[in-house]
Design a protein around this ligand. Sequence first.
Ligand SMILES: *Cc1c(COP(=O)(O)O)cnc(C)c1O
Ligand SMILES: [Zn+2]
Length: 412
Amino acid sequence: MSFVQGLKCRECHHAFPAEALHVCEWCFGPLEVVYDYEAIAGATSRETIAAGPPSIWRYANLLPAVNDGAVDLGAGFTPLVRADRLAAELGLGELWLKNDTLNPTGSFKDRVVSVALARARAMGFKVAACASTGNLANSVAAHAARAGMRHVVFIPADLEAGKVVTTAVYGPTLIAVDGSYDDVNRLCAELASEQPTWAFVNVNLRTYYAEGSKTLAFETAEQLGWEAPDHVVVPVGSGSQLTKIARGFRELYKVGLLDEEPHVRISGAQAEGCSPVATAFNEGHDYIRPVKPKTIAKSLAIGNPADGPYALDEVKRSGGGLEAVSDSEIVDSMLLLARTEGIFAETAGGVTIATLARLAAKGVVRSDERVVAYITGAGLKTIEAVAPVCRPTATIAPTMDAFAAAFEGVEG
Ligand SMILES: *Cc1c(COP(=O)(O)O)cnc(C)c1O
Ligand SMILES: [Zn+2]
């Protein structure tokens, strides 16, 4: 059973029925899902959640869809691991990593896609579609294949080879567009109005899709023994994930799953080559000036972020920070994370850890805080970012002498 009451404009608060709408007819503001929190509180406890499946669907009462199994690949309930070695390197105290590299297609996008396509199927859509910076393409293709839906996936033509292959393998109609993600997204917005029978997960289904990211907050609190952390660091592309993590912690309190009202400081991570939200924060204005992206962190390369103003607002209101890090800091941080904690993240993970390091050095993230960093995608899909610096230590002949000589060289 779903506890959705309808949709509501985030700007003018006009109410709409729970259909495939994503912008307000009155002011073009984005819409969000309205729930019956009293009914959810009555039907949901820590025990009912613990009795649910080890996936995002244990929180189905707080999502705009029910899981009929058709689009379920097991997204979510990823490990929250204590990261003492990394914390020591960064001068931090209690640091945790939410390891979303371990989702079915290797990124947090499985959370949002699973919710969006479950909802789309319930609404009768037969075709799944999306505009993607890479990980969304993987996830839509995999979940649509699982559900037996047709899928049409749009990507920028310059995407990493790994992300093209890991999308194409599921058999979508895969359209590479000569242009940036923002060009792809604009094309898909036009197509969505031409093709009302296609479920573009991040266009006409965006209101439902975005709700899947709340599970990152839900799981974090449950895994911390039903407590909220003091500070979280979240990568920012469209800004949807950050906004929904903030909302997720608030909802847990609203339905009685947290005893104390959480005051989670939220910090955002961007790459220097695409940092419209961090720039607005650091220059002190509240509008987002679109940019033309140029960064190795392609999964975050959105020059005109739809939820940018809302992400900025959450960061400011919570007393967090926003930083933009360079490509070389991203690579160094991917290596640091792998070397200290055994987690190989994609470039977005490098952005998050590099930002965490900056914020720790500035004293924005403090050593007396319980900190959670969201590691949202797996490294194998962006292997070219670290390939130049990840080489054999030595290449030798198959003899004891050759090994001894080489080993002396590296140890000496
Ligand atoms: C899409 C993506 C993000 C950004 O999420 P938004 O909701 O667009 O801000 C972060 N990390 C990875 C790995 C992604 O694929
Ligand atoms: Zn409105």
